[in-house]
Design a protein around this ligand. Structure first.
Ligand code: NI
Length: 137
């Protein structure tokens, strides 16, 4: 019996999607408003899903308070109110801080710390209409 448990956390951050080798026109054509030279922000919704068997005593796949604390310590405390292009130790300089790349990097941050069950999915919403998912593949 495999159960999936999800915790949502939120953070706000600034970024810019930009390729130096391209001109302003091409950056705008590819990245749209996310290429704004003077930065802009998003209100991100992060969904972290773990999977496992419920503990026979607690009924928990994982203590969700512990999961929340872990996400805050390893991920959202570092991302919240940051500049994703410049400020965050686990985002390599020069990597586009897209929703896709962030979902992957958040997985890498969290996965080694999950105990007693397994990380299943990182789902990250950049807007209510756009999200990326990573399943560790
Ligand atoms: Ni953007």
């Amino acid at each position: 019996m495999l159960l999936y448990l999800t915790r949502r956390e939120r953070f706000n951050a600034a970024h810019k999607l930009w390729v130096e080798e391209w001109g302003e026109e091409q950056n705008k054509a590819v990245f749209g408003k996310c290429s704004n030279k003077n930065w802009h922000g998003h209100n991100y919704d992060l969904f972290v899903t773990v999977k496992g068997q419920p503990d026979p005593m607690t009924g928990f796949v994982m203590d969700v308070k512990k999961l929340s604390g872990l996400i805050k310590r390893e991920v959202t405390d570092k991302l919240d109110h940051s500049n994703l292009n410049m400020d965050v130790d686990f985002i390599p300089r020069g990597l586009q801080p897209t929703t896709e790349n962030l979902a992957y990097l958040i997985w890498k941050q969290l996965e080694p710390h999950i105990e007693g069950c397994r990380l299943h999915c990182i789902k990250l919403y950049e807007t209510e209409n756009i999200f990326a998912e990573y399943y560790g593949e």
